[in-house]
Design a protein around this ligand. Structure first.
Ligand SMILES: [Zn+2]
Length: 150
């Protein structure tokens, strides 16, 4: 599938704070916390995410189930997974049930990434993300309400 703004998204991510660093177990706990939150449960049907560390980049794969997500995380040194990358991958899982036509890093995905960042990382980081989206030309649909942030 076409991934028209992947490079722009990766460039934008490089301008956003890493946030906390996590061990593999810590990534699991973070993901659990998000899945159990009311905010997530109101908006997404996925209730379980399997984590695996095989080589390669992070991605989600289980396309058969509407209740289960899958995140593969890159092999890294223990304790070096960033909060930014966790939320980025959660946005892929979050977006999938909607069958976003321009996923992986399309406009609807970018909006989901923004919403998750705002909810789980806070206003300050959401502001950084919007600034980075604007700088690198990442498109969001619907666009975030900037008045809420600035
Ligand atoms: Zn991605």
């Amino acid at each position: 599938m076409k991934d028209f703004q992947r490079k722009r998204v990766y460039d934008a991510d490089a301008d956003v704070s890493d946030g906390k660093l996590f061990t593999f177990a810590g990534v699991g706990l973070y993901v659990q916390r998000v899945l159990r939150s009311k905010w997530w449960q109101k908006r997404c049907a996925i209730r379980e995410i399997e984590l695996s560390t095989k080589t390669g980049i992070w991605y989600d794969a289980d396309r058969k189930s509407s209740k289960r997500g899958f995140i593969r995380i890159a092999q890294k040194d223990e304790g070096s997974w960033t909060e930014r990358d966790i939320v980025h991958e959660l946005a892929h899982v979050f977006c999938k049930p909607s069958k976003d036509p321009d996923n992986n890093h399309g406009r609807h995905w970018a909006r989901a990434y923004y919403d998750l960042t705002r909810r789980y990382r806070g206003k300050q980081v959401a502001r950084e993300l919007v600034a980075a989206f604007l700088k690198h030309g990442v498109r969001c649909e619907p666009p975030p309400n900037l008045k809420e942030l600035f």
